[in-house]
Design a protein around this ligand. Structure first.
Ligand code: COA
Length: 327
């Protein structure tokens, strides 16, 4: 499974200061704190001020990860930015962050929606194992508030803005990335998407009037497939590391909905206490979600040396995947 040890050398996270609570949302759409909490577990989310770009959050998270790794930006060989809300169509948010942090290396964006950070770790792992790059910065950053229809109560209560970053590299100490597993199914593309703004449906005043620049979701379908595919990803990544799901010490899932996390824990027969949960404070931060959860689990002392830590995610595409780390 491995030719050289790929380690996590540093982690960082950044969320905007402004907090939007369920009570604030009660004043904006026909909803209630009780509905949002019981259906999703979310109590509040952070929302960026207008004029803030995904690269602003991502650069801040990246600088913290670099400081933790004790590396200068100029020592990074590659930047991978997972985002569904890039600063613009091009240049990539990766290039913008490269300039903001003072790195001198190739940089690109990776599009896998909420699974983006899990995909990013897998790509970084492959590059490092191949010997092509030594130090890679993987960033998940999102201004989800930019694709939300703030009049649509079915979606606007679910999402939040934020960023997280990890520096990966070859080292003989630190948490070791043992392997990754990825899946996707374009047949299900329509159940979770932002229809307009790309080459298939460029922005026009007509489709803006119809609200096609906003996220559209078939919530019930997404819920069911999220549970099934995250279960599958956990089983596959455990096979890859030759452990059983019962041997996972900490599961760090994409934080979309507390009920999804409870259903996944039930399916893999993992006590909920072994699942790291912060959805109540951030909502769904898309590609930033798993990395911010990993950052907090480490910061709060939840991860101990030698433990098996599994990241698992699901998102539009559809995409899903998992990474396993020996802490
Ligand atoms: N406040 C109050 N009522 C709301 C509401 C809100 N914010 N959003 C929807 N409702 C209403 C619906 O209109 C519906 O009303 P109706 O029965 O009169 O038609 C009712 O609540 C029930 O809706 P339903 O869709 O059955 O609720 P649910 O229990 O399935 O929960 C989600 C809805 C969206 C929370 C749930 O389906 C979900 O989390 N799906 C996954 C979404 C996700 O994670 N997406 C991102 C993946 S990366």
């Amino acid at each position: 499974m491995k030719s050289s040890s790929v380690r996590i050398l540093g982690l960082g996270a950044f969320v905007p200061e402004k907090v939007l609570t369920n009570f604030d949302l009660e004043k904006m759409v026909d909803t209630s704190d009780e509905w949002i909490r019981t259906r999703t577990g979310i109590q509040e989310r952070h929302i960026a001020e207008p004029g803030t770009a995904a690269s602003d959050l991502g650069a801040k998270a990246a600088l913290e990860a670099l400081a933790q790794a004790n590396l200068k930006a100029t020592q990074i060989d590659l930047i991978i930015v997972a985002t569904a809300t890039p600063d613009m169509t091009f240049p990539s948010t990766g290039c913008v962050i490269q300039q903001k942090i003072g790195a001198v290396c190739p940089a690109f964006d990776l599009s896998a929606a909420c699974s983006g950070f899990v995909y990013g770790l897998s790509v970084a792992e492959a590059y490092i194992r191949s010997g092509l790059h030594k130090h890679i910065l993987v960033i998940g950053t999102e201004i989800t508030s930019s694709f939300i229809d703030w009049k649509d109560r079915a979606t606007c209560v679910l999402f939040g803005d934020g960023a997280g970053a990890a520096v990966l590299g070859v080292s003989d100490k630190g948490p070791e990335l043992l392997g990754s597993y990825l899946g996707s199914d374009g047949e299900q593309a329509d159940i979770l998407k932002v229809p307009a703004g790309g080459s298939a449906l460029p922005l026009t005043s007509e489709n803006i009037k119809e609200g096609l620049q906003y996220l559209k979701m078939s919530g019930g379908d997404v819920f069911k497939i999220a549970v099934r595919t995250m279960d599958e990803a956990i089983q596959k990544i455990c096979q890859c590391a030759q452990i059983t799901p019962a041997q996972i010490d900490c599961l760090i899932p994409h934080q979309a909905n507390l009920r999804i996390l409870q259903a996944v824990a039930d399916r893999v027969k993992l006590p909920i206490e072994k699942v790291f949960i912060n959805v109540e404070r951030y909502g769904n931060m898309s590609a930033a979600s798993t990395v911010v959860a990993l950052y907090e689990a480490a910061k709060f002392g939840k991860l101990k040396n030698g433990q098996h830590v599994v990241l698992v995610a699901f998102g539009g595409g559809l995409t899903w995947g998992a990474n396993i780390i020996r802490w």
